[in-house]
Design a protein around this ligand. Structure first.
Ligand code: TRP
Ligand code: SF4
Length: 338
């Protein structure tokens, strides 16, 4: 007989479907999510309502992107047998709770949100001065609290949203007089920083990303275009691997090779072209497994449908229970005692 098992803590996280996932998503989120499955009950969501909030003018890409993200999730090791993997809009309870929680959210809390202010300035290509986008974090709060998640693995840019979630939870619980909603904690994980091929943050909007699903030739082309140590101009110049993005990739994707690479670079035993050719082959080998899994899933769309339906069912069962509880406390519950 083992120890009595404690109920596992619950995790929820999500990504907006904006296209295929790149190595930055892999290193910054998916590796971590994959590991968390061993210790927690995990819910992983494709946040398509959130995508619509900013992409409503051109929504045709959302559903295909959601499909790509689903495939990337699974081919990178999220396990539909152990975790609930679902699409937000398949569980409309999120939207209903969003409306209820929006009653408990002062507009001033949303207007002072630093992420919102930053996006208004930066996302100039899209008109995000709509009502929904202001309430983006309220939907995010609903995503989290509808599963009574204890922990939310997110990057630092999402911390204001987590803080708002906590504030809404406290306000709601105080006003209904019961600790019905759970105050979640952000789970920050130190992950290595992976820059794009041009040394800026890896992002589709810069076009400097390497996708998890890129084919070998595309990977070779992208790796060969990577900017290296700017001080190493001639083949004979000693390099500075610590200042080279290529070396950082070795550190992350093939730590066993890092010493050799560093040595060859410092002592000009090979040129940057040799080094990058070698890195390309490492990445190609590294991404072989996700590539194979993706091919398999693409050949069996019925399997994808099944995973999505199963995830939606499991998520909805939990979401519905919380929503009923909340409605009962807000005057929206049953009218008759039958
Ligand atoms: N806002 C998150 C992002 O841009 C995506 C997201 C939506 C999310 N709902 C969530 C993340 C709930 C964590 C928990 O990446
Ligand atoms: Fe970078 Fe490799 Fe060139 Fe050194 S040899 S500067 S690590 S690409």
């Amino acid at each position: 007989m083992g120890e009595p098992t404690q109920p596992r803590q619950r995790i929820l996280s999500g990504m907006r479907p904006t296209g295929r996932l790149h190595l930055g998503n892999l290193v910054g989120a998916l590796w971590n999510w994959r590991m968390l499955q061993d210790t927690y009950d995990c819910f992983f969501m494709i946040a398509d309502y959130h995508a619509l909030m900013s992409d409503y003018e051109k929504p045709a890409g959302i559903a295909p992107s959601a499909r790509e993200v689903l495939i990337d999730f699974i081919s990178c090791g999220l396990d539909p047998e152990r975790s609930v993997i679902f699409r937000q809009s398949d569980v409309p309870e999120h939207a209903e709770l969003h409306l209820i929680l929006s009653c408990y959210t002062p507009i001033s809390w949303l207007e002072r949100n630093p992420t919102y202010k930053e996006q208004l300035q930066q996302l100039t290509a899209k008109d995000i001065r709509n009502y929904a986008f202001l309430g983006y974090p309220v939907l995010q709060a609903s995503d989290i609290v509808i599963y009574k998640a204890n922990l939310v693995p997110v990057g630092e840019d999402q911390l204001p949203h987590l803080e708002l979630t906590r504030e809404v939870v406290r306000r709601f619980n105080a006003l209904v007089g019961r600790e019905v909603l759970v105050e979640p904690q952000a789970k920050l994980t130190a992950s290595p920083r992976l820059l794009g091929t041009d040394r800026r943050k890896m992002s589709k909007s810069y076009g400097n990303q390497i996708d998890v699903a890129d084919d070998p030739d595309t990977i070779r082309k992208k790796v060969m275009s990577m900017i290296t140590d700017p001080l190493r101009i001639r083949r004979g110049d000693p390099g500075h691997p610590e200042d080279c993005n290529v070396c950082q990739y070795f550190k992350i994707f093939c730590p066993a090779d890092q010493e050799t690479v560093t040595d060859k670079c410092r002592h000009a035993k090979w040129g940057c072209t040799d080094c990058k050719k070698y890195l390309a082959e490492i990445l190609i080998a590294f991404l072989a497994e996700p590539r194979d899994k993706r091919a398999e899933l693409e050949a069996h769309p019925e399997r994808l449908k099944e995973i999505l339906a199963d995830g939606a069912g499991k998520a909805q069962a939990v979401a519905r229970a919380t929503l009923e509880e909340v409605k009962g406390l807000t005057g929206l519950g049953q009218m008759f005692n039958d």
